[in-house]
Design a protein around this ligand. Sequence first.
Ligand code: ADE
Ligand code: ZN
Length: 327
Amino acid sequence: MINWAAVPKTELHLHIEGAAPPDFIRMLAAEKNVDLSKIFNDDGSYVWKDFAEFLQTYEAACSVLQTPDDFRRLTEAVLDVSAAHGVIYTEMFLSPDFCGGGDLEAWKDYLAAMTVGAENGKAKHGIETRFISTCIRHFGPEKAVQTAKITALTAGGLLTGYGMGGEERHLHAADFSKSFEIAAEAGLGLTSHAGEICGAESVRETLDSLNVTRIGHGVRAIEDADLIARLVEEQIVLEVCPGSNIALNVYPTWGDHPIEKLRKAGVPVTVSTDDPPYFYTDMTREYRKLHETFGWGLADFQAINRTAMKAAFCDDKTRQRLMAKFE
Ligand code: ADE
Ligand code: ZN
């Protein structure tokens, strides 16, 4: 029997707010006298029934994350969980919209606080963290440009990437080109959610207009053979979050999930949790389920982690040091 929690792991796709344990959000709500009872089920889990409602609950939970120190504490709480599941390298999506509403000076304070949280996590667990600043698609292109500008002005240190999350059905990827250009000019690694809620065309539009090297999810590329060939040819890395896709009913069961078909076709796939408490998952469960469903063994996970480290938005020294853990 393999102890899956102890297997070393990398995670490239984890939303800091989406990783907030429900108890942590309830604690902040109590401290700030905010009534958030409507976003919790009786068993304490987050309430949602589809993707749109998930985004609403997510934003309601964010309403009690009000200060830089709230985000420092959140960073440490999230890293405690990641480390307990064997994660040694993690990339967290941060959203300047939830950290000072797009104001540069406020964002600097939040970023500094989350950097302290990541340094404390490293001292406590040895876990390495990088940050991907993320615009929110349904907040629109203007806010995205502002997010990209303040990200570009604060790039460096642990802040090494730029991305986009949010409602994929809102507008087109090309509407966000300007913000990705600003981030690219600042030397940031680029990724965007696509092919999660929408189909292959959304992935194609994203590749055509945002210059990304990675796609968040991207799994619905499986619906288009030409697109699969392009992902292989261009070696676009998919940040696949199988448990998230199943919880959101993109696929009905683990056996229906296309990760194995994509991998066999030569698409570089990696494994992450997305928003673990919302989707009742963690990295240990993702590995165990992939083992049970597709027979993946330790050598398969080593290869997946090498793919992730190759695509990681980190410096080469860190990449080499961590890559060695998967050889
Ligand atoms: N923000 C947080 N989780 C997300 C997801 N799964 N898709 C799009 N945006 C998100
Ligand atoms: Zn995501």
